[in-house]
Ligand binder design. Sequence first.
Ligand SMILES: Nc1nc2c(c(=O)[nH]1)N[C@H]1C(S)=C(S)[C@@H](COP(=O)(O)O)O[C@H]1N2
Ligand SMILES: [Mo]
Length: 442
Amino acid sequence: MISTETSDDAASEEGYDRRRRAQWLAGQARADGVARRDMLRLLAAAGVTAGAAGAVPALGAPRAQAATGASVTAAAAPGIVKPLPAERFTIRGTNAETKFEALAGTPFLTPASHFFVRNHTATPRLDARTWSLKIWGDGLKGGGLEYGGAREFTLADLKRLPSVTRTAFVECAGNGRSFFTTQQGQPASGTAWTLGAIGNARWRGVRLSEVLRRAGVSRHAVDVLPRGLDAEYVTDDGTNLGRVRRPLPVSKALDDVILAYEMNGAPLPADHGYPVRVLVPSWVGIASIKWVGDIEVSAQPLYSPWNTQFYRLFGDKYPPEGSAPLTHQTLKSAFELPWNGRVEAATTHHLTGRSWSATGAITRVDISTDAGTTWHRARLKDTPHRATWTRWTTPWHPKTPGPTTLLARATDTTGHTQPETTPHNTQGYLFDAVVRHPVTVV
Ligand SMILES: Nc1nc2c(c(=O)[nH]1)N[C@H]1C(S)=C(S)[C@@H](COP(=O)(O)O)O[C@H]1N2
Ligand SMILES: [Mo]
């Protein structure tokens, strides 16, 4: 039942390598100092054919990274466009995790320069002038079964419609996954995120409901299926799952979903979905499809690998077909401190961190600096809201040198408090237990 979410688990270097070669063919990876004929020999030996490379769409001219002086770390995440300095990001295959300690001192809204990136393949370079969104399917009035009946919206069309802004986090369903292994001794497949697969931004765009209404959504519509324009996703065993797409029930689509074209007051950065992404507040990150190119509106329920084999809970505690498809994210807390950091004894520190919940506003955060023996309340620095995070701070005056464990435990308005353990699921989704953060007092 275990399947891999990405190509970058330790166990599947080969898949990552294969993808990297395809990206090189598409002009997205650097191979400084490697002769072209050596690259071609590598590709031939690995059986990467023009067909496999074709899984990567034409992405325009190769990026002249040397000329633009892009950071050297970019080579480790070949599909990501923005700089990924090592003090801010941990590269995990095609993804970049934000280091929580790098958020110390950043505002409530995560700057794009610090926002995590989760790419199944690579960031496509799209031209907003030729981009359009096609809405199609038998859930539209008058049918429109195929593209022939599609309603099309250019970016200019979308910008002419009434806009909305909404602050919300985007968080990967697998955020915190590595703690199933390190804290609970129960390995899970997929990218070994710590707590940094989350960012909180102010999104501006048009309501999806507005666009669906104008496209003529019928009362028979049940699901909508937004699909990205990035490359088709090929799993490690070579199965092509097609373009990244995940159905949304029409009830959610007509509720608070946004087609976002701005992030924190600027056009969406390439890595975060330029020119337009779907933004599904409080739901698992996969729902927020980047680089959206079309949306099928269906009178029948739709499935994709992203709501069947992925993004359900599988394991001993769940039925063989898994739980229902995941919707809301969960409750978590993190310190803005390095893992295994060193803290000076006999001075007062102001520990800082953030807590967040998808289902309610944070009501309290309890902190322990002695591995859970004693607890006290942190001071909340933001007015808590659902689907965003709340920053907090607490003074700490460590007396004796030596190792200790810091804990932060949040409670939200639904009455939910972070538990000591999270029931295991094989793909490591929705970790919500209190994380044990080791530090050494020196
Ligand atoms: N088209 C497309 N949309 C996508 C993805 C992707 O790879 N391709 N990744 C999804 C996942 S799993 C997450 S967690 C979020 C991450 O958004 P970010 O990269 O802007 O942080 O985007 C989602 N939308
Ligand atoms: Mo994700």
